[in-house]
Design a protein around this ligand. Structure first.
Ligand SMILES: NC(=O)c1ccc[n+]([C@@H]2O[C@H](COP(=O)([O-])OP(=O)(O)OC[C@H]3O[C@@H](n4cnc5c(N)ncnc54)[C@H](OP(=O)(O)O)[C@@H]3O)[C@@H](O)[C@H]2O)c1
Length: 302
């Protein structure tokens, strides 16, 4: 029997790469990139170059692939491109993708973020209204609105997965780990916020949860993040120890800071209540200490 088809936008990204790898067991996978053609050999995946700002191109690709599930991870993360492009990519992209999904009857899994909340409350549940305070947060709130409009007007079957800081070490380290660890090792001062809280999520468990959701009937918003709430400072210290950075280098170069000292406004407590995801999914969503604990430096680099 022919396997169901999945299309992953942003397959060249950190999360998209893992979704592609894990989905191949059960799905016939196609994936897209924009500027970084895939370098790692993931066999059996059909790759397409796509700019999600181009609605006609999105529609044409969906008509060609006709996926049963469309996982939309492609986005501009903070600092990854001009602020002027945020709305075109992060709002226009989901608008085009959700309309195209409706046209071919694909189930849509859209990846969203915890920073569409203002961070004044913490432990946000799915029913809380978005209250973004940053340009990126506003663009991702606009993305959710675009998806919700397609659900209301075009009857798309959609899940919005709100997640938190994504980390991992294979096949490469995530951006935040690279920045913190490499700068401290290079003797640079690194400011880490002690009053900014998130629920960091291991890329491999998040990707497994997304693939599981693609094969389920659940629709609506779902908070999918790690089980442990940590400040940026405490998360950073755990990463530094995990990557074997010497305690004296940590003491010398890590500067505990308050978010109010940052150049731009930052939401403080964007922790997510993931009770619904834990009840619904078989995929475990462990916290940082469980994920990093027990893995020696040699195991993870070997
Ligand atoms: N990273 C986090 O900590 C975090 C936290 C919460 C939510 N999220 C959300 O999770 C998702 C995945 O994040 P990530 O960290 O894995 O992202 P990432 O590594 O920065 O990858 C972004 C992906 O989007 C693609 N892309 C960018 N602009 C595009 C465009 N105009 N058209 C088509 N594709 C485009 C990139 O393609 P090329 O590289 O080939 O150009 C890449 O594949 C995003 O939706 C993000 O908002 C991330």
């Amino acid at each position: 029997m022919a396997r169901r088809r999945m299309l992953v936008t942003g397959g060249s990204g950190y999360l998209g790469d893992w979704i592609v790898r894990l989905a191949r067991d059960d799905w016939d996978v196609s994936a897209t990139y924009r500027t970084h053609p895939p370098t790692s050999a993931v066999p059996g995946v059909a790759w397409y170059r796509l700019d999600v700002r181009d609605e006609a191109a999105v529609r044409a690709l969906l008509q060609k692939v006709r996926p049963a599930a469309l996982v939309h991870t492609a986005a501009l993360n903070p600092g990854m491109g001009p602020v002027d492009d945020l709305d075109a990519v992060n709002v226009g992209g989901p608008r085009h993708v959700s309309r195209a999904a409706a046209a071919v009857g694909a189930r849509l899994i859209h990846v969203s973020t915890d920073v569409l909340f203002d961070g004044t409350q913490g432990n946000y549940a799915e029913a809380e209204a978005p209250s973004p305070v940053t340009p990126y947060g506003r663009s991702k709130a606009g993305a959710e609105e675009a998806v919700q409009n397609a659900v209301a007007q075009m009857d798309v079957e959609a899940v919005i997965v709100r997640t938190s800081l994504i980390y991992g070490w294979r096949p490469r380290r995530d951006r935040q780990s690279r920045w913190v660890v490499d700068d401290v090792k290079a003797g640079k001062r690194v400011r880490l916020f002690t009053d900014e809280y998130r629920c960091p999520v291991w890329v491999e468990s998040l990707a497994a949860a997304v693939v599981e959701l693609a094969g389920m009937a659940y629709t609506g918003v779902l908070h999918v993040a790690g089980a442990q709430a940590l400040s940026r400072y405490d998360f950073g210290l755990r990463l530094l120890r995990f990557y074997g950075v010497a305690p004296d280098a940590i003491a010398a170069h890590v500067v505990p800071s308050l978010a109010a000292e940052a150049e731009h406004i930052r939401p403080l407590d964007c922790t997510l209540d993931c009770f619904r995801a834990r009840s619904l999914l078989e995929t475990p969503l462990p916290g940082v200490d469980v994920v990093l604990g027990g893995r020696s430096f040699l195991e993870k680099t070997g």
